[in-house]
Ligand binder design. Structure first.
Ligand code: HGY
Ligand code: MN
Ligand code: MN
Length: 397
């Protein structure tokens, strides 16, 4: 709740977007808490924070936990934050219980998981695993043309550490489900076995600005009409790929966006997701074909640029087993579940054994200021995190 005071939204949630002053304040508070819990905090060249609690075998590759502190503009107080502060709670619990693990434990705050101010999502973890080059990430710009690397330097969080230079023995990410399943079933814990794959396709349509009153209909090259038809096509493609496929357009800009000018330009992003790789490919291919047809029918030029992508994810069976066994031993109801949302864990799974733990969220609502969880759900998820980590890091004393 204290973290939620930083970068408050307008309706009880959070607007703590990446590399803003609010993000900087949240990072500072997290570092203060970690140091008070006896951790040493490292920061890498893309600003990701690593709070390390020593183990009895300091040279052993650590077990990592964590998630992200950056939020959507109309974000909730728990998306990402639960996993970061759940990791901190794990450290505090080990301190209070006087438990020493063999392997060190590291609590992580990955930079720019959301990808809302700077695309793509999961940028910090993407550079960490080598999916993106650091310089490419630094050159990403926001809607006001501000450069990622400049903003990271401005808020004082461009660390010295080489990005990706940290061996990870295993990674566990606690996160709210951001969907309705666990709460509807009355299930305490989601054992995340897979994650959906994703395409973000930015479509740029160019027509011609014209007077909305005096321009005859057959002379118009109307980019907003083109956008409307492509959005309808994206929805139909997602519906044609049911079950287990989703599609929407959440970002759209019209230019000049004046009520009496036929829009000469439309820029918008299609978000397609499905756990099935074949469907993911077919959705993208069909969209590109239909969008080009729509554009040519309206005399519009079209550019389609992928601005985010990762294939469907299968998490590590060993780590998933540790999560399932912890939930069972603790007597919590649990079920296997596929993650609809993307997470840093989806990238880290490429370089180290990884699994996720879900807790229910009220009415499945997320990326909405009304996002809510019950303390009991948070406690159970964090307990499962603690025991999965103890199992994996080993208890020395
Ligand atoms: O888009 C996602 O799935 C994540 O919330 N960034
Ligand atoms: Mn998240
Ligand atoms: Mn999110």
């Amino acid at each position: 709740m204290q973290m939620a005071q930083i970068g408050p939204g307008v309706a009880g949630g959070n607007n703590r977007q990446t590399l803003t002053d609010a993000d900087a304040d949240g990072r500072a508070l997290f570092r203060e808490w970690c140091e008070a819990a006896g951790c040493t905090v490292g920061v890498d060249g893309i600003g990701t924070m690593f709070a390390r609690r020593e183990g009895t075998e300091p040279d052993a590759a650590p077990v990592y936990v964590g998630s992200h502190l950056d939020t959507q503009p109309t974000g909730g107080r728990f998306d990402g934050v639960l996993g970061v502060l759940g990791g901190l709670e794990l450290v505090r619990t080990l301190n209070n219980a006087g438990i020493r693990t063999r392997r060190p434990v590291v609590v992580t705050n990955w930079t720019n998981e959301e990808g809302t101010r700077f695309a793509p999502a999961m940028l910090g973890s993407g550079v960490f695993i080598g999916e993106h080059e650091l310089e490419w990430a630094y050159d990403r710009t926001d809607a006001n043309g501000r450069r990622f690397g400049d903003e990271l330097g401005r808020i004082g969080w461009k660390g010295e550490e080489e990005v990706g230079g940290r061996p990870i023995h295993a990674y566990f990410e606690l996160h709210i489900e951001q969907g309705p399943v666990l709460e509807a079933e009355g299930t305490d814990v989601g054992v995340v076995t897979h994650g959906q794959g994703l395409w973000w396709l930015e479509v740029r349509l160019t027509g011609r600005d014209a007077h909305t009153g005096s321009t005859p209909m057959q002379m118009r090259r109307d980019a907003s009409l083109g956008m409307a038809r492509v959005i309808e096509s994206a929805h139909r493609i997602a519906m044609d790929h049911q079950p287990e496929a989703v599609g929407a357009v959440g970002h759209a800009d019209l230019h000049p966006n004046s009520r009496n000018v036929v829009a000469g330009r439309a820029v918008f992003t299609i978000d397609f997701r499905t756990p099935d790789l074949g469907k993911l490919t077919s959705m993208r291919e069909r969209l590109e074909a239909e969008a080009r047809e729509i554009a040519s029918g309206l005399g519009l030029e079209i550019e389609i640029e992928p601005t985010g992508h990762y294939d469907p994810v299968t998490f590590d069976t060993g780590c998933v087993g540790a999560v399932r066994e912890a939930a069972r031993r603790l007597g919590y109801s649990h079920r296997d579940i596929v993650s609809g949302a993307g997470h840093d864990a989806c990238w880290i799974n490429r370089i180290a054994p990884t699994a996720m733990i879900f807790c229910p969220c009220k009415d499945g609502i997320s990326h909405n200021e009304a996002e809510e969880i019950m303390p009991d759900w948070a406690a159970k998820g964090t307990n499962v995190l603690l025991h999965a980590v103890l199992e994996t890091a080993g208890i020395a004393s």
